[in-house]
Design a protein around this ligand. Structure first.
Ligand SMILES: [Zn+2]
Length: 298
């Protein structure tokens, strides 16, 4: 058993230049899903997106917020996950409930769910105006495939990624979502032909191992993260670093929302008044905030 239930675990392989991240989530996922009560199909896709976000965010050095977003013209119009450098994660989705409920629960391809659209990620750093952004068309049958596509298309490091969410037949100790990502690191320029070939072979071998990783392995509460990584990558030697906890936490507050409302025009504020008050519900955590319009109109 892993002592921390929700975490991202950084690792690297010793014999080849590859680094990776394993994410396993349980309580944070339950917290997020219970606040929303979305249909199962939306939950499943959101779970994968959350697990992928936690892994991806940890590959970047930043102080601020990493956001991964999927938008399209299908029944699910938008899914947003954001995570701070401290591992505080939140997520929400916008969708047409009637259309989502018409889709078979067994739908695994993202296309009928999200339609044609984009996957985008941004990094907003504290105290830095510049924003890092990556966008790619949704092409592929899973979110992981879309991410592959992104890394291939952009000038990024070669990357392999899988994500799973809880399916039938798992135990209560199991994780609700997990992801595994590996990335090929640049090698020094002075490598011999043989060494380069060994690096290349090592990368292909690791990619194929990643392809064999099953939902059961990644989500099993009986298999520790260390044992899982060793089982998969023992051949190339594995060094595992300290894990970083992930928690479900929204960053909304009465102060933030009133600051936002104060930027609205008087007529917009007046339109929002119902029964003498203005109520705003945070889309990420469903927390309701109620304001006295007189204070906002001052
Ligand atoms: Zn909130």
């Amino acid at each position: 058993m892993d002592p921390i239930s929700d975490f991202v675990l950084p690792f690297q392989l010793e014999k080849v230049s590859i680094r990776g991240r394993l994410v396993r989530l349980k309580h944070s996922m339950r917290d997020i899903l219970e606040r929303h009560q979305y249909p199962p199909l939306v939950n499943r896709l959101l779970e994968e997106l959350i697990a992928l976000s936690a892994a991806l965010a940890n590959l970047f050095k930043f102080e601020g917020v990493f956001t991964l977003q999927v938008s399209g013209d299908g029944p699910v119009r938008l899914m947003v996950v954001d995570i701070t450098h401290e591992g505080e994660i939140r997520a929400c989705a916008r969708f047409d409930e009637e259309k989502v409920l018409k889709l078979p629960i067994s739908t695994t391809s993202i296309h009928p769910i999200v339609g044609t659209g984009h996957l985008a990620f941004t990094i907003d750093q504290n105290n830095i105006d510049e924003r890092y952004q990556g966008v790619v068309d949704l092409s592929g049958t899973t979110l992981s495939e879309c991410l592959h596509h992104f890394f291939r298309q952009s000038d990024q490091l070669e990357t392999g990624v899988v994500a799973f969410s809880k399916t039938e037949g798992l135990n209560t100790s199991d994780y609700l979502a997990a992801s595994l990502i590996i990335q090929r690191m640049p090698t020094s320029s002075g490598l011999s032909f043989e060494a380069l070939e060994a690096e290349s072979d090592g990368w292909l071998r690791s990619l194929s191992i990643l392809g064999t990783a099953t939902a059961k392995e990644l989500l099993s509460g009986d298999l520790s993260a260390q044992d899982l990584l060793f089982r998969l990558f023992w051949e190339d030697g594995i060094r595992i670093f300290e894990n970083r906890p992930i928690t479900a936490k929204c960053r909304c507050s009465e102060d933030r929302i009133s600051q936002m409302l104060k930027t609205f025009s008087t007529s917009d504020i007046q339109e929002m008044i119902q029964d003498g008050k203005i109520s705003v519900t945070c889309e990420f955590c469903n927390q309701e905030y109620v304001f006295d319009p007189q204070i906002l109109l001052k």
